[in-house]
Write a protein that binds this ligand. Structure first.
Ligand code: ATR
Length: 289
């Protein structure tokens, strides 16, 4: 269906810095076309000292919704009228939904990762999980794993104190000792067994495609499934090492896809079919292979 921008077009967008390389317009404008919605999605670069003004301005312009990306996912919380309970626990918001008198903030990254894992047949409940990293992204992953019933999640981080902070917060929130903080170099002390490993650091992101948090190949013998939150490059060094040692490996593009789909569902009060999700995924994938 051909869509004309006219007086009834509703606008959504992305605030962040930088925003030039975002794939979100492709996700949302494709969905609008597939679903026949009169909606456009555009990127808005926002300077560090203008985040609150940007949200206020968006409200004044009655933008239907916004995504928020690096580096404003925590800072934007101060500009919200309301925050979803889950997003509040995670301490990061990536989606704003227009309500009467301001925006309500959500975190669709975490649910997006969950839907991506479900679509790949990856289980969290009852699993032994290794999580590389303790930054903003890894924190949300730790929370997801705890909420979805992982048996144990070992956070391996270069800076042990950050892993300890995440572990304390998440364990307190879920009321059990599920997260175990460790320094990365102590990976040899992990209990025997096979793990689901989630790579949540920025190490290996293009252009540094040859980098990996743990280079020792013996480590990869412990991994039955590796999930990297990075999707550029399509196959990270971490994924290559997992596969070399017999494990299955996945990149973060489906997480990106589903966090976008969930945001779109919140803005439009619709449910996106799996068939439409796959059409969008195919377009995203074409950017890489
Ligand atoms: P994000 O929001 O993308 O998670 P972040 O909050 O800055 O970004 O977190 C980056 C993560 O990658 C951290 O876990 C960081 O480790 P530290 O806590 O020790 O800083 C990890 N990281 C980044 N560069 C790294 C490197 N060269 N080696 C190991 N870990 C690295």
């Amino acid at each position: 269906m051909k869509m004309e921008i006219n007086g009834k077009t509703r606008t959504c967008g992305l605030i962040g810095n930088p925003v030039e390389h975002t794939l979100s317009p492709m996700i949302h404008n494709t969905l609008a076309k597939l679903l026949g919605h009169n909606l456009v999605y555009v990127p808005f670069p926002v300077d560090a000292d203008k985040v609150a003004q940007a949200v206020e301005g968006a409200d004044a312009l009655q933008l239907l919704g916004l995504n928020v990306t690096v580096p404003y996912k925590s800072e934007v919380i101060g500009s919200l009228r309301e925050i979803d309970e889950l997003a509040c626990s995670i301490g990061a918001v990536n989606t704003l939904v227009k309500t009467e008198g301001g925006y309500k903030g959500y975190n669709t990254d975490m649910e997006g990762l969950y839907r991506a894992m479900v679509s790949e047949g990856i289980r969290i409940g009852g699993e032994q999980i290794l999580l590389l990293g303790a930054g903003g992204a890894a924190r949300a992953v730790a929370y997801l794993c705890a909420v979805k019933g992982a048996d144990k999640v070992y956070i391996l981080n270069r800076t042990l104190s950050k892993a300890q902070t995440v572990a304390e917060e998440v364990n307190r929130t879920v009321g059990r000792e599920v997260i175990v903080p460790m320094a990365t170099e102590d990976y040899t002390k992990l209990p025997d067994g096979k793990y689901l490993a989630i790579q949540g650091t920025s190490v290996g992101l293009a252009p540094n495609t040859e980098e990996v948090v743990i280079a020792d190949e013996a480590f990869y013998e412990k991994i039955h499934t590796g999930f990297d939150l990075i999707y550029n490059p399509w196959e990270t060094k971490f994924m290559k090492l997992v596969m070399k040692h017999g494990g299955n490996a996945y990149n973060g593009l489906k997480m990106l896809l589903y966090q976008g789909i969930i945001a779109y569902e919140l803005w439009n009060d619709v449910s996106v079919s799996e068939e439409d999700a796959q059409v969008v995924y195919k377009r995203l994938r074409e950017q890489f292979i």
